[in-house]
Design a protein around this ligand. Structure first.
Ligand code: PMP
Length: 424
């Protein structure tokens, strides 16, 4: 019998975790790794090294931020330099200016920015800002889009909210739910109907959905949203927490050449440290306190370590090579996955992809839910038995990084081939 306090010595971590945390974890998707989550001791490049001495090739990558792989030297050095100078000041510091300039240089719609600590905070504040700016209350979101774990956005949300069967969380006041109108992804008519009938503060969406697997928006859909929101004086918010600096330096907006009023960012811009940001037109961002009357504040906002890590990451990405490697890795793995002799479809954009079994096309969240997710999980578990870690849920994205070199891709392909012959 392991007594409390002995778990770390005995490495019976999961048993103790179940005593300490709801479901054994501090973020739900981590509990989806079966039969039980493995514990990582350290991580380097494309690898997670587990407590029980396994070396696992990682395609989860912290659920998106680690586009350079784990603990890349260039980022580590900058983080250590920053730590040597202190890690929390409670005053502004130069590095926040540098990161803001860098982001706005690449993402042209980001004229001004507010740094917060997570993607959740970013979208929560973007929605508040849109409401404050337009003096309207309702927003439109899309089935399966995930914008973080706050009340305004947990309405038919994807990611762990779908995986664990709570697309609408308990505990959200009914009056809040009434302010969130829902449409299917890629369904412009639905948006137009709402915009005609109601006063809408903002339409918020992931321009490439990464929280029901990967589902790219149609070009016409994004262009239509841009037009319609202009016509009805609503704001268009792109949630680029995943896609920002992942699908290119200009994000999904640069890829589609459709430009929102507000952009939320997170993940990559913190280089693996906690971060979020709301960027957009000066006249809108200026409504944040202390300039305006939309309140936002944070002890850790613009934390210098996150700023330094994000800056170092973007400086590496500017060289182009990290994207070349990550995108090529994704392309080659997708090609191999496509040969699996079980009926499936694969959606991919640059270094993001997901496979859906048993369905011909995945265009929105309903399609994704209709995919054979049991088959995906069977595949994912067999891969993990072979030391390849794909996300433990159909409703997440498989990511590659600059650490997924040819050698790692070849190894992965070899294991995929082996498993493909085992699943029926
Ligand atoms: N928006 C999107 C598109 C996301 O994918 C996520 C997290 N996966 C969030 C917001 C929330 O970010 P965080 O987990 O940093 O709060």
């Amino acid at each position: 019998m392991v007594k409390r306090g002995d778990a770390v010595l005995n490495k019976d971590l999961w048993r103790e975790a179940l005593n300490l945390f709801a479901g054994g974890v501090n973020s739900p998707v981590r509990a989806a790794v079966k039969p039980q989550p493995f514990y990582t001791d350290h991580a380097y490049g494309p690898f997670l090294f587990t407590e029980n001495n396994k070396k696992i090739v990682d395609y989860v990558l912290g659920y998106g931020p680690l586009i350079l792989g784990h603990s890349p030297q260039q980022v580590k050095e900058k983080v250590i330099d920053q730590i040597n100078k202190g890690w929390l000041y409670g005053t502004p510091s130069k590095v926040e200016i540098k990161l803001a300039e860098k982001i706005s240089q690449h993402i042209r719609t980001v004229e001004k920015i507010r740094f917060v600590n997570s993607g959740t905070e970013a979208t929560m504040n973007a929605i508040r800002l849109a409401r404050g700016y337009t003096k309207r209350e309702k927003i439109i979101k899309f089935d399966g889009n995930y914008h973080g774990a706050h009340d305004y956005a947990l309405v038919d949300a994807g990611s762990a909210a779908t995986e664990f069967g709570v697309p609408i969380s308990d505990g959200i006041p009914k009056d809040v739910l009434k302010t969130v109108l829902l449409c299917n992804y890629n369904d412009l008519d639905c948006v137009e109907n709402f915009l005609k009938k109601e006063d809408i503060a903002a339409v918020i969406l992931e321009p490439i959905m990464g929280n029901m697997g990967v589902i790219p928006a149609d070009q016409d859909f994004l262009e239509g949203l841009r037009e319609l929101t202009k016509t009805y004086n609503s704001l268009l918010i792109f949630d680029e927490v995943i896609t920002g600096f992942r699908v290119g330096l200009e994000g999904a907006q640069g890829l589609y050449e459709v430009y929102p009023d507000l952009t939320t960012l997170g993940k990559i811009i913190g280089g693996g440290f906690p971060i979020g940001a709301i960027g957009g037109k000066k006249e809108i961002i200026d409504n944040f306190t202390p300039n305006g009357r939309v309140f936002n504040a944070g002890t850790f906002n613009a934390n210098p370590v996150s700023m330094a890590a994000g800056l170092a990451t973007i400086e590496e990405l500017e060289k182009g090579k990290p994207y070349d490697i990550a995108n090529a890795a994704a392309r080659e793995i997708v090609e191999e996955l496509d040969k699996i002799p079980i009926f499936h479809t694969i959606n991919s954009v640059k270094s993001m992809f997901q496979i859906f079994f048993g369905i011909e096309e995945v265009h929105n969240a309903k399609d994704a839910r209709n995919a054979n997710k049991e088959k995906y999980i069977e595949f994912q578990r067999k891969l993990l038995d072979n030391d390849i870690f794909f996300p433990p849920s159909q409703y997440e994205t498989i990511f590659t990084s600059a650490a997924h070199t040819d050698e790692i891709v070849s190894l992965t392909i070899e294991r995929i081939k082996k498993i493909a012959s085992e699943i029926k």
